[in-house]
Design a protein around this ligand. Structure first.
Ligand SMILES: [Zn+2]
Length: 347
């Protein structure tokens, strides 16, 4: 069965990525695109769980029978490398999540890293065009699975073009050789929105091969609090009062809405505040987080994670800006109500 058929079946049975908190619109788009075998690029700020979402797609793939030890990740019923075509020796069953291959996009990544390379010694021995002389690259590991390409836009154009060739024609050119790459994988790429808005480094032809799915910061304060609770380190015996978690989370969320901030703080900022406030309480010798512990963590956690608009940067340093925003926020009715433990209906 083709991969997208497997997925489609799961989606029809009601699979909805329960490990991903909220993000219903994103999940819907991902399911729709993958059901019909589209390749996707998830565009969203860092730290919101793009990798986790992609990994969860692999988790719902059924177990697969593969040829044990084959570098091309052949399946016994459809072998792609000459060795397995000759004879399948040993088989093994792997789980869906073992069919997830992650590649970190970077300017240093070469076509050879991704596609593979010709070994000169073996080329002399077997002949330059022989498959025996070829060392398969990472893309083959994604055969019959998921190729997850993080920050695809950071790759050199040459590599983007090579990937495009694989997706379009199922072949890749290594040096002067043309090799066949059966593109039987699901491609999930990611990009940061700031990079995406400046996509001149991505060619139109390249982007034309993909559907783009947008992922946002957590939609509600409750969703964000839940993510913080699930993803952060906890120090034993330190109590973090619920109302203070609400206050620190809301402060980060208000910064995201701030019109003077160009680069918004991610969920990692909220998680950072949560972790560092606990550490501050512990170092004070207390077993309970106080507002001061959060305040003392704010600059260290947030200042490098935001970028002020040029017009503001001219008047104030980032530290001054954050301190002012923090004071204003803590004096607001909204924050006061939260600290009194009153439920806020505000997102
Ligand atoms: Zn093989």
């Amino acid at each position: 069965m083709k991969l997208n058929e497997n997925l489609k079946q799961k989606f029809m049975e009601g699979e909805n990525f329960p490990r991903i908190i909220a993000q219903d619109e994103t999940k819907q788009q991902v399911k729709s695109a993958l059901s019909v075998g589209r390749h996707i690029i998830i565009v969203g700020p860092p730290g919101i769980g793009k990798t986790t979402l992609a990994r969860n797609v692999s988790k719902i793939l059924p177990d697969a029978e593969v040829v044990k030890g084959c570098q091309y990740h052949c399946t016994p019923d459809n072998p792609i490398c000459p060795e397995c075509k000759k004879e399948v020796k040993e088989k093994e069953t792997i789980k869906g999540e073992q069919r997830f291959i992650r590649i970190q996009g970077s300017p240093d990544l070469t076509v050879e890293d991704l596609m593979g390379d010709i070994d000169p010694t073996k080329a002399l021995q077997y002949g330059p065009l022989s498959i025996e002389a070829f060392t398969p690259g990472k893309i083959f590991k994604a055969n019959n699975g998921i190729l997850f390409f993080d920050e695809i836009n950071r790759c050199p154009e040459k590599l983007q073009n090579a990937l495009l060739q694989v997706l379009q024609e199922g072949t890749a050119t290594i040096g002067s050789y043309e090799i066949e790459i059966p593109a039987n994988f699901i491609f999930i790429g990611t990009m940061n929105p700031e990079d995406y808005s400046a996509t001149e480094q991505m060619s139109e032809v390249f982007m034309d091969r993909f559907d783009v799915v947008y992922m946002t910061h957590p939609e509600t304060i409750d969703a964000e609090k839940q993510i913080v609770m699930e993803r952060s380190e906890k120090i034993e015996n330190i109590n973090f009062p619920e109302e203070l978690l609400a206050v620190s989370t809301l402060f980060v969320r208000r910064l995201r809405d701030n019109k003077d901030i160009e680069k918004k703080p991610s969920v990692r900022a909220t998680i950072g505040l949560y972790e560092r406030a606990q550490a501050n309480a512990m170092l004070r010798g207390s077993d309970k987080v106080e507002l001061e512990d959060i305040k003392n963590a704010v600059i260290s956690v947030i200042s490098h994670r935001i970028k002020l608009k040029p017009s503001v940067k001219y008047l104030q340093t980032t530290t001054e800006f954050i301190n002012e925003e923090l004071n204003e926020f803590l004096n607001s009715n909204e924050a006061q109500r939260l600290m009194e433990g009153k439920e806020s209906e505000l997102g």
